[in-house]
Design a protein around this ligand. Structure first.
Ligand code: ADP
Length: 192
């Protein structure tokens, strides 16, 4: 069983690679961005409370995110192949909470795989995605810049959290989708 954190800035390709990894390894996808968008679409109370943060490109408060992830882990606790965490954890507090939630189920993170992509490429990828994604936060240059800044200021320390535990591997996130996928799978196949 692998429990993988797929890490990287907005537009790094986490969603694209997650889909392929789920298919290959039978992992359960836990994307906090997707979960929030589902709540938004369904007009739930949680969706309403997350909306203003998401649309501005800010992080949703930790307690809201952690509660939502806890629910999802409890709902899926009988899975056998492990999780792929995509867009979570985004703060050190979230990473600590995740370790605790997994420990309750006698699970732990196998490793973090970080996709490395230069800022200019991120911005053009997100703008391109914005043409079809219907995401408010993908369509405005200022909001894209805010998200990248939030990533650098608040999320990047999460890589240190896993690095200290010897669990971080960085991958070049620029190139062909298949080539990047191959780099990721060779890391996963090296996990015990
Ligand atoms: P991207 O990687 O393109 O920024 P996501 O789909 O992962 O997009 O997230 C969209 C938005 O949802 C984020 O900008 C943020 O507002 C909110 N969000 C998602 N995951 C988290 C998280 N772990 N902590 C706080 N906010 C989150």
């Amino acid at each position: 069983m692998y429990n993988i954190v797929l890490f990287g800035p907005p537009g790094a390709g986490k969603g694209t690679q997650s889909e392929k990894l789920i298919e290959k390894y039978g992992l359960t996808h836990l994307s906090t961005g997707d979960l929030f968008r589902k709540h938004l679409g369904e007009g739930t109370e949680l969706g309403d409370s997350a909306k203003k943060y998401m649309n501005a490109g800010h992080l949703v408060p930790d307690e809201v995110v952690i509660g939502m992830v806890e629910d999802k882990i409890n709902e899926t606790k009988n899975i056998t192949h492990g999780y792929i965490f995509d867009g979570f954890p985004r703060t050190t507090a979230q990473a600590e909470a995740l370790d605790q939630m997994l420990a309750i189920h006698k699970l732990s993170i196998s490793g973090m795989i970080a996709l490395d992509v230069p800022q200019e490429i991120l911005k053009s990828r997100i703008k391109e995605r914005g043409k079809t994604s219907n995401r408010v936060d993908d369509q405005d240059e200022d909001k894209i810049n805010v998200r990248i800044k939030v990533y650098l200021d608040e999320t990047l320390p999460v890589a240190d959290y896993y690095s200290i535990q010897g669990k971080l591997t960085k991958i070049n996130g620029v190139g062909e989708i298949e080539q990047i996928f191959d780099s990721i799978t060779s890391v996963i196949d090296s996990y015990q």
